[in-house]
Write a protein that binds this ligand. Structure first.
Ligand code: FAD
Length: 444
């Protein structure tokens, strides 16, 4: 089958590999020039935390080793308090599990290399989709180019998908987008005397209540920092003096590691944080089937580190749907709609995790709660934290949520049982005490 994928980002490239393996011919249309021939976008490097879902998808194609070789494992979070105190919180009870810091652009280049080397895959750069007619399978691109008669079109063109924009115009297609009042901006902590300036085995967080900064390590021994701040705070720091003063007050231990702070802050763009929902993700006409995957189908905020992981898992799931339907794309895309139950869950968890990261991780009560959770994991066979289920397993997100709810009920019931036992014990002990008191009294 001839398949057209719009968008040669992370998910488009990986999907092309899965489809080529099934023997399909894939044409990838990408609006940008070939990123392997370009320099990096300033302030848009984005490090990803790659975890089990993404790795599992890569493993199925034999790509996990190469990707992980280029990544840096982070076994936990280091919290930087305002007074400079550091607290390490491991991601897993046994401290062996890690998420992996990897540059998005490098990963994209790697996947492009792999995809474009496969027989049956062609990548056309400089092709921005501007129009799509699902009734005929006609695609229109910037500069007037046209491709006619596409039978299967998959939009992997990101959060602001042009393919989805067409689907949104059709009756029966629901769509919502929710922006946070926050923007993100990248900064950098360069290597210090040729070494990492912070522990490279952790993700660093500066939780500051309403806002936060995080830093992930890079192989060149620098860290990419990302501010997640209310838009008004980002806009208010409009002079080098204000920038230095603000960072000196709120990020005092980091500011001395950021020699380019004021220049980077002023030069680097502000990104937006958005959750996109669309239903259904596909439309089939007599001429063509058009579907969506990755951020085009379900862009989420980055606070669980799952956007790309979830998009990679889409590829695995669509591959499974093709298995189940004998490569009947309309039927497979219909089956693939069941995945919305999972993507809705991770969209919600990602929003909830923002509050945890920017605020709660700094509190003693939260850290004590995490220690209790890890103790439960070690003590109770089968008890797994939500973070571990999301990041270190491929349990579908919705099943993971059901399991967490069951575990909480079981722990609450056990706690209530233990409390009742303790009350019973106290009552018996009390009675015995009174009984034993009486003879004493009598004796006395
Ligand atoms: P994209 O990566 O957006 O790729 C879409 C591609 O389509 C691009 O190449 C684009 O040029 C192309 N395109 C767009 N429009 C057109 C058009 N009209 N015609 C042709 N081509 C087009 N995810 C994680 O898993 N872990 C993390 O730690 C993490 N951290 C993040 C931090 C930040 C600050 C942000 C913003 C995101 C983060 N993500 C993370 C999310 C992750 O980056 C995305 O989920 C992922 O890039 C989605 O991949 P995609 O291929 O669906 O979309």
């Amino acid at each position: 089958m001839e398949v057209t994928i719009v968008g040669a980002g992370l998910v488009g490239c990986l999907l092309a590999c899965f489809l080529a393996r099934r023997g399909h011919h894939v044409t990838l249309y990408e609006r940008r020039p070939d990123p392997r021939e370009q320099g990096p976008d300033r302030g848009r490097s984005i490090n990803l935390a790659m975890s089990e879902r993404g790795i599992d998808a890569l493993r199925r194609l034999g790509l996990d080793g190469k990707v992980l070789d280029a990544a840096l494992p982070m076994a936990g979070r280091v919290m930087h308090a305002q007074d400079g105190a550091l607290t390490f919180q491991p991601y897993s009870a046994d401290r062996t599990q890690a998420i992996n810091s990897i540059g998005r652009a490098a990963l994209n280049r790697e996947l492009l290399d792999v995809a474009s080397a496969l027989p049956g895959v062609e990548v056309r750069f400089g092709h921005r989709l501007t129009g799509l007619d699902e009734r005929t399978g006609r695609l229109e691109f910037e500069h007037g180019e046209v491709a006619d008669g596409a039978r299967v079109v998959i939009g992997a063109d990101g959060a602001f998908s042009a393919v989805r924009a067409r689907l949104q115009q059709l009756p029966g297609v629901s769509f919502s987008q929710d922006y946070l009042d926050y923007g993100y901006k990248e900064l950098s902590i360069p290597a210090k005397d040729g070494e990492f300036a912070l522990d490279p085995g952790a993700l660093h967080i500066w939780p500051r209540g309403r806002s936060m900064m995080i830093a992930l390590p890079n192989r060149d021994r620098s860290f990419t920092c990302t501010l997640f701040w209310p838009h008004e705070t980002l806009a208010a720091l409009d002079t080098p003096q204000r920038i230095s003063a603000y960072f000196g007050e709120h990020y005092s231990d980091a500011v001395e590691l950021m020699p380019g702070l004021a220049a980077d802050f002023r030069a680097n763009p502000v990104g937006h944080l958005v959750t996109m929902r669309c239903s259904p993700w596909h439309v089939t006409t007599e001429a063509a089937t058009v579907g969506l995957v990755g951020d085009a189908a379900h862009a989420i905020v980055p606070f669980y580190g799952q956007g790309a992981n979830c998009g990679f898992e889409d590829c695995v799931e669509l591959d499974r749907c093709l298995d189940e339907t004998g490569d009947d794309f309309p039927a497979a895309l219909e089956l693939f709609e069941r995945r919305r139950a999972d993507t809705d869950v991770i969209a919600r968890l990602a929003l909830d995790n923002f509050v945890e990261m920017r605020d709660r991780v700094g509190s003693r009560v939260f850290l004590a709660g995490k220690r209790v959770e890890h103790t439960l994991e070690r003590a109770l066979p089968g008890y797994v934290s939500r973070y571990e289920l999301v990041s270190f397993s491929t349990t579908p997100y919705s099943q993971a949520e059901r399991r967490i709810a069951r575990q909480r009920r079981a722990v609450a019931a056990a706690a209530a049982g233990a409390a009742l036992l303790a009350l019973g014990f106290a009552a018996r002990h009390g009675r015995r005490g009174r009984r034993s008191g009486r003879p004493g009294h009598e004796n006395g």
